[in-house]
Ligand binder design. Structure first.
Ligand SMILES: Nc1ncnc2c1ncn2[C@@H]1O[C@H](COP(=O)(O)OP(=O)(O)O)[C@@H](O)[C@H]1O
Ligand SMILES: N[C@@H](CCC(=O)OP(=O)(O)O)C(=O)O
Length: 371
């Protein structure tokens, strides 16, 4: 029994082009319906599920009557724009038939690299999950160029798992899992049952994409597992072609390949935050706020006596004690000019001071690392 997956309450499920489009033959509506049915069952079991789905380019090619994948970026982008319509429509109607609402989220690399947009994406996804809506996520192919592409959705799946602090990333694909070598090329290859996500030997076993339609292959899945593990998420690579594989995976059955995170989500998340922090400013706290932080609570504006620096919402800032010692770092929910205006005031005053309220906390405890 795999407790890592069985106990996961928040799960990112990634489905690749090979499955969603039956190897490029247009949208695989049967597969989409199966996927939605299983996700609805997970929902009924009290889990929150986010779906990262590929398939826009392949579906668009079919709608446009193109038989070979174009090379020119503008053709790929046009195909994605056409195909994304069908993809969203198919998910929306099939989720509705299970009484679930779906939402479309199209992301680019820049959205997750930019702190303000990172926080915005995070709070939108969080709100959708609170509303019991299933976010359906894909890369925003229309606006990206080669340099800023995720390219494959395995990477996007891992970044979404980091973003929402999912406990598990389940990658459904056309093989039973990771094999000791590409099974299409080596019939003697054996299925790997499990291992640490950061075990470098797995990279050597994994090859590129299986079909002309998919982008990633197994190597991007192994790297996605490494990335997901950085925020403490365990990754399961499993066949999407076998009946009820998602449900079996969620019950903790020993199927597919489990690439587990060695660190607890909290420790991993804090490390991840610490690695990503380039300080843009500093806050000086009063004694009450210091005690609150030490007790694992969020930072409220009322406990801030001084704001230094010029920064945007989402910037990384240092939190200092009155004698200048750095006690924590975190991602702030307000810009420097807003923070100056609300410093020293209670949460109930924020709306009157700024004309709106974004978050009750100046820095949420999930976005704080104590030093
Ligand atoms: N070591 C390996 N184990 C399993 N599959 C592998 C391995 N190396 C390469 N592959 C290939 O990766 C393919 C799955 O990735 P991909 O085609 O990108 O699918 P998806 O669209 O689901 O992301 C398999 O069909 C297989 O040919
Ligand atoms: N954003 C692209 C998906 C990229 C891709 O092919 O991903 P994958 O099938 O996961 O290797 C699309 O929707 O067509």
């Amino acid at each position: 029994m795999r407790r890592q997956i069985a106990e996961a309450r928040r799960v990112v499920v990634k489905v690749g082009s090979a499955l969603v489009t039956n190897n490029g033959q247009g949208l695989a509506l049967d597969f989409i319906a199966e996927c939605a049915r299983q996700i609805a069952a997970l929902h009924a079991d009290g889990r929150q599920v986010l779906l990262v789905s590929s398939g826009a380019i392949a579906a668009g090619m079919q709608r446009l009557g193109w038989t070979t994948r174009p090379h020119a970026m503008h053709d790929l982008q046009a195909a994605a724009a056409v195909g994304q319509m069908g993809l969203a429509q198919a998910y929306e109607s099939t989720f509705l038939s299970h009484g679930l609402k779906a939402a479309q989220i199209l992301l680019t690399h820049e959205d997750l690299a930019d702190r303000t947009r990172y926080l915005n994406a995070r709070s939108t996804l969080q709100t959708l999950l609170d509303l019991a809506v299933v976010p359906i996520i894909n890369e925003n192919d229309t606006v990206v160029t080669d340099e800023i592409k995720f390219g494959d959705n395995d990477t996007l799946g891992a970044l979404v798992a980091n973003l929402v602090e999912a406990e598990a990333l389940i990658i459904l694909t056309d093989q039973k899992g990771l094999y000791s070598a590409d099974p299409r090329l080596d019939p003697a290859a054996t299925l790997i049952s499990e291992g640490r996500a950061d075990d470098r030997r797995f990279e050597a076993m994994a090859g590129g994409a299986g079909s002309g339609i998919s982008k990633g292959g197994m190597i991007t899945k192994v790297r996605a597992a490494q990335r997901a593990a950085k925020s403490g998420a365990h990754t399961l690579i499993v066949s999407g072609r076998e009946p009820d594989s998602l449900l079996a995976a969620a019950r903790g059955e020993t199927i597919g390949t489990l690439l587990y995170a060695a660190e607890s989500p909290l420790a991993a998340r804090k490390q991840w935050l610490a690695d990503h922090l380039q300080l843009a400013g500093a806050l000086t706290l009063d004694a009450g706020a210091q005690t609150a932080l030490a007790g694992g609570r969020s930072l409220l504006a009322v406990g801030v006596v001084r704001v230094e620096g010029d920064f945007e919402r989402g910037a990384a800032v240092a939190c200092r004690s009155h004698d200048g010692r750095e006690i924590a770092r975190g991602l702030i929910n307000y810009s420097s000019s807003e923070a100056r205006r609300i410093a020293g005031h209670g949460t109930q005053d924020i709306e009157a001071l700024l004309g709106y309220i974004d978050s009750a906390e100046l820095i949420h405890r999930d976005n704080l690392v104590l030093l």
